[in-house]
Design a protein around this ligand. Structure first.
Ligand SMILES: Cc1ncc(COP(=O)(O)O)c(C=O)c1O
Length: 390
């Protein structure tokens, strides 16, 4: 019975041209700068925005931490608390907060934080393009949820001013939850305006800065640095170690009581084995490098270069003032054909389809890193243009 259902569903996915499968892009010895080969010049699908996943200093920190063993051997509240607090202190310093807590992934962080904080007496206002892990965190919480149109501050304001609705429901807390940088569009949430609303209406702003950290702000500290807002008690920041930091893991950062509460209440934190100590050592090093080296400014220069180059692609609507390394090139129903054409030409440029994005907005998600050279970006643009012109 179950196998039948599985087969039927798989057939339907294939019929709708939505079948997902793996592609392998690992090619030994074709890397320019690093001992670990990642074929950076043609890889435009990675979230390794600062190329830290092959950084020598991080690799050395990881090697050094192998003295603690390969695994943490338990959850943080049992035997798995090794060098984790050092990383948490580093994150707090980096983000300008009191306290932080590390989870096994960004996904687990959103699930664990949102479900622990938002109770049935609360209201969640969530952006329509938020990441799946936020959506799942909201589903897991018992709060009332309203999904607002993408970045629509006026829509939120109307709700916060609707006395009849608010009095009728007697919410204890209202949360506005948003990606800092939207993962599939690369646009930045209006954090300044959302923060103003939160201050005026006494709400809490939860920002998932998975794609903002290491990317936005002079020092790569993320959305808040970009908008020149200091961390404060109206804001909870969530992050991942899997993108600009080049590792794996997630974290939440904010005021001390919040973190204390999560240590005691957040199920994906409490009931899961903590990250291995070598990951923690690498992550600790990665924050030091993001803050003190020129990787962030190199990435930001590459974004300016890419804006110019990509604006030459015909039939693609393009924001010349784009500020992030994520470029959504909308090709609709031709997306997978384009993605396969690029793959066969040696490029990693993943096509994104429903349900990750809405039907009709299928796209190639191009991501730029600090290690791309101008000629790499021009070569990609030329390949894309050739496809369009043929
Ligand atoms: C906005 C956003 N939040 C959370 C996550 C999940 O992070 P992780 O890969 O660390 O689980 C991702 C990554 O896919 C993301 O894009």
């Amino acid at each position: 019975m179950l196998k039948n259902r599985i087969n039927l569903e798989l057939e339907e996915i294939k019929r709708n041209n939505l079948y997902r499968s793996f592609k392998n892009f690992y090619k030994p010895n074709c890397e320019r700068k690093f001992k670990i080969s990642k074929n950076i010049s043609k890889n435009f699908s990675s979230n390794d925005y600062l190329c830290l996943s092959s950084n020598e200093e991080i690799l050395n920190a990881i090697k050094d931490a192998l003295k603690y063993g390969s695994g943490s051997t338990g959850s943080r509240l049992t035997s798995g608390n090794i060098n984790h607090e050092k990383l948490e202190n580093t994150i707090s310093e980096f983000k300008g907060t009191d306290s932080s807590l590390v989870y096994s992934s960004g996904y687990a962080t959103n699930l664990g934080v949102i479900s622990a904080l938002c109770s049935k007496k609360d209201l969640i206002l969530s952006d329509s393009l938020n990441h799946a892990s936020i959506i799942d965190g909201c589903k897991l919480s018992n709060a009332k949820k309203i999904v607002y149109p993408h970045c629509d501050v006026e829509f939120i304001k109307k709700i916060l001013e609707d006395e009849k609705f608010l009095k009728g429901n007697q919410f204890e807390n209202i949360f506005i939850i948003t990606d800092g940088v939207f993962s599939m569009d690369g646009d930045i949430a209006p954090i300044d305006e959302l923060f103003k609303l939160c201050k005026n209406y006494n709400c809490t702003l939860i920002i998932d800065d998975a794609h903002g950290t290491g990317v936005l702000g002079k020092k790569g500290k993320g959305s808040l640095e970009h908008f020149k807002i200091k961390a404060n008690e109206n804001i909870i920041q969530i992050g991942t170690l899997s993108k600009a930091n080049g590792l794996v893991g997630g974290y939440v950062t904010g005021y001390s009581e919040l973190i204390d509460y999560l240590i005691n209440k957040s199920r994906s934190f409490i009931y899961s084995t903590s990250l291995p100590p070598y990951v923690i050592a690498g992550a600790t090093k990665s924050f030091e490098l993001i803050e003190n080296r020129n990787y962030v400014s190199k990435l930001q220069k590459n974004i300016l270069v890419s804006n110019k180059i990509f604006s030459d692609i015909k039939n693609i609507n393009f924001d010349n003032n784009h500020k992030t390394p994520i470029y959504p090139l909308l090709f609709g129903k031709n997306t997978m054909d384009m993605s396969n054409y690029l793959y066969n030409a040696g490029y990693q440029c993943i096509g994104i389809r429903y349900p990750t994005v809405a039907k009709g907005s299928e796209r190639i998600r191009v991501s730029i890193t600090s290690c791309h050279e101008k000629e790499d970006i021009i070569n990609l643009k030329d390949k894309i243009s050739k496809y369009i012109e043929n």
